[in-house]
Design a protein around this ligand. Structure first.
Ligand code: AQP
Length: 347
């Protein structure tokens, strides 16, 4: 019999994060996630990035569209600077440890924890009894994504903070229930000026790929004219930009555009204010549009080039899945030992 595994309390730094193929990516996904994923990779840390297709089907997805969107997200990762030789880039459903570990963690997590998640409440809406069971269990699968690799750090946008806290609770409860120090308790990395990019139509609402209004977001697939038009029409107030960042308090639409400018230009909001204090939106919006086109144009062009080669994308994802599986499989075998399952053996 194999004894439960005790691992050291200090875990090597490992970054994991994912994006759902539930629609075209937005500027929010780029600034809050993709751009920062590439920065982590370039810091020389071990990085794993995943297109989380199992998450996407918690709400209905057309099968052919899901496959197309999975390739599109993979293309967006690469076009944003993820190098599949440096990072492990793959899609979730090709690595079965995610679903297997999710089941074990479903039995560790409590139903009440799931009902408290604001994303579940938002997505399930008034008729929550009719939402999929997967939508309720979504955070437990997310915990499995992260813990399957003994991830220590998870770069995400602000909206995922609550799910990350739940992952920490699940890791702690697993360790406590089984009397082991097996899973690290992962740290969220929520950094920079664009941890919560807001809708262009309502500065109090998150920019989201599933918002019914296309004018609310900039898609990574938008061309230069569309980007410029959406920024020109973005909701603002009649006041000029203030002298300081504090002057943006109570002006969510203006604050959002300043934060977007800062994140795209790699400046702080204070540096943007120093440049544009007193400027009217008639001056600031065209400058923001030029900057957005300059930064996003090359990404869109590279995505389009890659999307013309779906076999190349599938091959990259296949190689990534093999590498991911090589890390996750022995960890899941240890989980089986800890839980009391008999691990499969070659006969
Ligand atoms: N508006 C945003 N600002 C900053 N970061 C954001 N992220 C999403 N929207 C913003 C970050 O992008 C990563 C991937 O998100 P996801 O696709 O897994 O799901 P999500 O967070 O639910 O994003 P969406 O766009 O709102 O998708 P739908 O509409 O499908 O639910 C995460 O790190 C997220 O924080």
């Amino acid at each position: 019999m194999t004894e439960p595994v005790q691992t050291p309390q200090v875990f090597p730094t490992r970054v994991f994060s994912g994006i759902q193929p539930s629609g075209s990516l937005t500027l929010g996904n780029y600034l809050g996630a993709l751009k920062r994923f590439a920065q982590k990779q370039n810091e020389g840390i071990e990085t794993l990035y995943c297109v989380v297709d199992l998450h996407a089907i918690t709400v209905w997805q057309e099968p052919a569209k899901l496959r197309q969107q999975t390739r599109e997200i993979a293309a967006a990762f690469i076009a944003s600077g993820i190098d599949p030789k440096k990072s492990v880039l793959f899609n979730q459903s090709q690595v079965s440890a995610h679903a297997e570990l999710a089941w074990v963690l479903n039995c560790v997590a409590r139903i009440g924890w799931m009902y408290r998640m604001t994303q579940f409440k938002d997505k399930a809406g008034a008729n929550s009894e009719n939402s999929s069971l997967g939508l309720l269990a979504y955070p437990s699968l997310m915990a499995a994504d992260i813990l399957a690799y003994k991830t220590t750090h998870v770069p995400v946008g602000e909206d995922q903070k609550q799910h990350l806290e739940l992952t920490r609770d699940i890791a702690n409860k697993f360790n406590h229930d089984y009397g082991v120090k097996f899973f690290p308790v992962p740290e969220p990395l929520i950094e920079g000026a664009a941890t919560r990019v807001m809708s262009l139509r309502d500065g109090t609402k998150k920019m989201s790929k599933s918002d019914p209004s296309d004018a609310s977001r900039i898609n990574l697939t938008d061309d230069a004219d569309t980007i410029a038009k959406k920024i020109r029409k973005a909701k603002t107030d009649p006041e000029p930009l203030p002298e300081s960042v504090e002057g943006l308090d109570g002006r969510p639409d203006a604050k959002n555009l300043v934060n977007i400018y800062a994140a795209l230009a790699d400046l702080t909001p204070a540096q943007v204010m120093a440049q544009y204090a007193g400027a009217q939106f008639g001056t600031f919006k065209p400058a923001l549009a030029d900057l957005a086109v300059e930064k996003l144009g090359p990404i869109t062009a590279e995505m389009n080039r890659l999307m013309a080669e779906p076999d190349e994308i599938d091959a990259i994802l296949g190689r990534g899945a093999e590498r991911a599986d090589a890390i996750a499989r022995p960890i899941f075998d240890d989980v089986k030992d800890i839980v009391g399952m008999i691990r499969s053996r070659q006969v």
